[in-house]
Design a protein around this ligand. Sequence first.
Ligand code: BES
Ligand code: ZN
Ligand code: ZN
Length: 476
Amino acid sequence: MRVEAITGELELADSTLIVGIMEGLEPLPGSEEEAGSIDAEVLDAANFEGKPGQSLTLPHPQARAVLLVGVGDEISFDSLRAASGNAVRLVKTPRAVTLLSRVGLDGATRAVVEGTLLGAYSFRTYKSDPEDNAVELVQLVEGDADDLAAAVLVSEATNLARDWVNTPARDLSPETLAGLIEAAASDAGVAAEVWDARRIEDERLGGVLGVSAGSDRDPRVVLLDYHPDDARHHIALVGKGITFDSGGLSIKPAASMMEMKDDMSGAAVTAAATVGIARLGLPVRVTCITPISDNAIGGDATRPGDVLRPLEGPTIEVLNTDAEGRLILADGLALARRAEPDLIVDVATLTGAARVALGDGIAAVFGSDRDVAARVLDSASRAGEEFWEMPLFKGYRKTIDSDLADIKNVAASRYGGAIVAALFLAEYAGDGPWAHIDIAGPARARETTGDLVKGASGVGVRTLIELARGLAAEDE
Ligand code: BES
Ligand code: ZN
Ligand code: ZN
């Protein structure tokens, strides 16, 4: 599907005209004229009140149809994006003309493009019927062409991460995922290196080796480096890439395993964001490191009680093989530190506890200090993603002291599990600025609404790109 910005006289023949309606049945500013002919009694009869998620298709004198979408009681980046997503899925004609972009709000083009391209996402690889949404072209009335082009790149990066995450583990081994990331990176002009099992052994990445030991599928580590000449900042992104998390010998119950193909979402999100940043040409250097492994139960799987030696930092007594993300991230963070960035950000579907705390809609953010966390939160809010700061409470650190090794990978109690996991990672992140984003809840959307389509959400891609954008803007 394509999007384009248009100006001048509207050509509506055969199109669906998309008009936003506020709660109270006011049309959005910029849509009054086209909405003029709409009869309030008809809306009333259809119980259409302009609430978010509501819609109504009516005949229109010039267009094939007019599609009214509820915007709610405020005009914002978020409400326009959601309305655009809800609208695009209901269009039945190949062409739609949207008036949501003519609302006169700064950033409206971006919101409409993201809502449209993300909301129209659909993963059909495994469907016999390749039929998708009917719409092929969405025209944004008075859209800003530059904003549109940038928002297309951001949306494509998000949908790229969604494709990877939605792919079943059978078809996405560590080798396959590494290859897909490498190809996408090279395509975007990002230098990519893939370490195979042999190289991972030579480099002594004991965390990755410990997790992959139980699988017939060899691990990989992908190292991306986007290094533009004009870069004045350098961020390192680290993403958890567990292609399937069975729990290992500390095996998961069946119900908890159903969604564990998602467990490489952190790798998908960080790699796709790197691709997006490169495609946007942002003047920020990005080092992206994605340790990728299966977590299975083969005969030589790591056993509870085994000790791992990661690349750097404390030796680890593994007491629960299901707390595997932190083991591969220990190596990933050490590699990130070696690149000497100004800031490290890791993204991981790390703990069920983060999902318990914040639910499926909100990502948990931990910062080495409050300023780092604030920077990430601010990027998220500008990007329209829901993030919430959690405390890196040092008081819990002693719960992962180990009798045998330097540290153990789980505490005796499961309470505060997201915090304990973050404290574990802090041991490997070094003393510099570092943020940890736990997306165990929002990595998967449980319903289709607004810009979200049931399945992989790609959450984090937009925030990471926005983070780079914010750093780039600091120099201007
Ligand atoms: N991949 C899971 C976390 C997860 C849970 C992601 C639910 C998405 C949805 C992670 O590897 C894990 O199993 N964590 C354990 C840690 C525990 C053993 C300390 C958990 O959260 O139960
Ligand atoms: Zn696990
Ligand atoms: Zn996991």
